[in-house]
Ligand binder design. Structure first.
Ligand SMILES: Cc1cc2nc3c(=O)[nH]c(=O)nc-3n(C[C@H](O)[C@H](O)[C@H](O)COP(=O)(O)OP(=O)(O)OC[C@H]3O[C@@H](n4cnc5c(N)ncnc54)[C@H](O)[C@@H]3O)c2cc1C
Length: 414
């Protein structure tokens, strides 16, 4: 049996190796001159490859179509992913939030392990070759690349989403799906930065751990998350912000936030207002002759001081002993809810993942075959599935790839 796999990313490499391991002849087409270009930049170059949680918890973190993924995630679980990579010789470690990384902190090790495995199983990788069309018939399919049409028994489309186009995923799979008669749910940005009205350029690079960030908009449910965030030149990013950008879809219109939206950072989530007030009294008494800008380093990172004091309406050179109870309360308010004005969410190009994609109603959730063009399969991010940060998106790529490959192996008795 001859199989074409299109796209040597997380999903394509995994499926190709599994199929070749079962005896199929596998041609793996990759438009780049190397495999796993996106994989190598995941997790800030460290690759958060999965989350050591239960399948049910994975599905709780899937934003679009979790039920569709039920079978795949349960048949190739996060623990299976971990065992898989350990068997490929990649030692793993678990960090905060059960996020799993290679011990080496090198995403390239994950890409390299998948590539070496695919090669060892005999996958024929065809680099620098962009597939431009996929046709399906009752007894086989055709893959068109570089003006040449190759015939296969099955074609697995693993071309990824439409964000970070420089990595190779520019949405080609959507065109293949459309041409085969499939519906495409309009691709849109997911897990993107949030841009702010205020000038935060002086905060660029500042990372805040253990903060609670909330997004509020008139008449909408407030969304709050605890964890880590990062300031950029014109806005905010980092795990908490990326996930919030997905949860706040009803607060935005074409990416722009509705009037009156507020992004608040609780810099002291472990302290309630009473405890924080006691802490402030202690700090103010201990440094009663100092100016406020010199008291604040005990409470917040230096670059944030002007923002917190401005938020509380307190001059930086005001002396601690002159602070009134009302000003102390305003300071506590600014520390518990440092407010910014969100303007818009990032573009699709900036999305860690693309939401939308091949309509899952037309795909069999057991093996990811196209219900219409039965010999064509769609796996990974090309599908209309996306999850929050934490390793869940790569888990989706691995689980859908495994379910697809094993489905093909069974269907064609390999
Ligand atoms: C900056 C960043 C950080 C991320 N960090 C994490 C993380 O830590 N954890 C996590 O779970 N997820 C993370 N993600 C998301 C994760 O990388 C993706 O969800 C995952 O890579 C999707 O895998 P895939 O195989 O479906 O697609 P991709 O990995 O995008 O692979 C698709 C492949 O198909 C190739 N291709 C496309 N079109 C064609 C064509 N016509 N012909 C031939 N080849 C083609 C592309 O070149 C590419 O190699 C991150 C994403 C980004 C952008």
């Amino acid at each position: 049996m001859r199989a074409a796999v299109i796209g040597a990313g997380a999903a394509g490499l995994t499926a190709a190796a599994e199929l070749a391991g079962a005896g199929a002849h596998v041609d793996l087409y990759e438009r780049n001159d190397r495999a796993g270009k996106k994989l190598c930049i995941t997790g800030k170059g460290r690759c958060n490859l999965t989350n050591n949680c239960t399948p049910a918890q994975v599905l709780e973190n899937v934003v679009s179509n979790p039920k569709f993924l039920y079978s795949a995630i349960n048949s190739f679980t996060p623990q299976d992913t971990m065992a898989y990579f350990r068997a490929l010789g990649v030692p793993l470690k678990e960090e905060r939030g059960r996020r799993v990384f290679p011990v080496s902190d090198r995403a390239a090790d994950i890409a390299q392990a998948l590539l070496a495995h695919a090669r060892a199983k005999g996958v024929n990788i065809i680099y620098s070759t962009r597939v431009t069309g996929v046709n399906a018939g009752a007894d086989g399919c055709e893959v068109i690349a570089g003006g040449v049409c190759e015939k296969y028994d099955v074609a697995v489309i693993a071309t990824g989403g439409a964000s970070y186009k420089a990595t190779g995923s520019s949405g080609d799979g959507y065109a293949f799906a459309r041409a085969l008669g499939n519906n495409i749910i309009t691709p849109r940005a997911a897990l993107v930065p949030i841009y702010l009205r205020e000038d935060v350029s002086s905060l660029a690079g500042l990372s805040l751990r253990n903060v609670t960030v909330s997004l509020r908009a008139p008449g909408k449910k407030t969304q709050s998350l605890f964890g880590e965030m990062l300031f950029m030149h014109k806005g905010v990013s980092g795990p908490v912000i990326l996930s919030l950008s997905d949860l706040c879809r009803d607060m935005t219109n074409g990416g722009g936030f509705v009037q009156g939206s507020v992004l608040e950072i609780d810099l002291k989530p472990a302290l309630d207002r009473e405890k924080l007030d006691k802490r402030l009294i202690r700090e103010l008494l201990a440094g009663h002759t100092k100016q406020m800008k010199n008291i604040m380093p005990a409470l917040v990172p230096g670059s944030l001081i002007p923002f917190v004091l401005a938020g509380a309406g307190i001059a930086q050179n005001m002396r601690a002993c002159d602070i009134t109870a009302a000003q102390r309360s305003a300071l506590a308010g600014a520390l518990k809810g440092l407010a910014f004005t969100p303007v818009k969410t990032g573009s699709i190009e900036e999305g860690i993942v693309t939401a939308g994609g091949v309509d899952v109603k037309e795909i069999d959730p057991r093996d990811f075959s196209d219900k219409k063009a039965g010999r064509v399969y769609f796996i990974g991010e090309v599908l209309d599935v996306d999850a929050l940060t934490g390793g869940y998106n790569l888990q989706i790529a691995f689980s859908t790839a495994m379910a697809c490959a094993r489905g093909i192996i069974k269907k064609y008795s390999l």
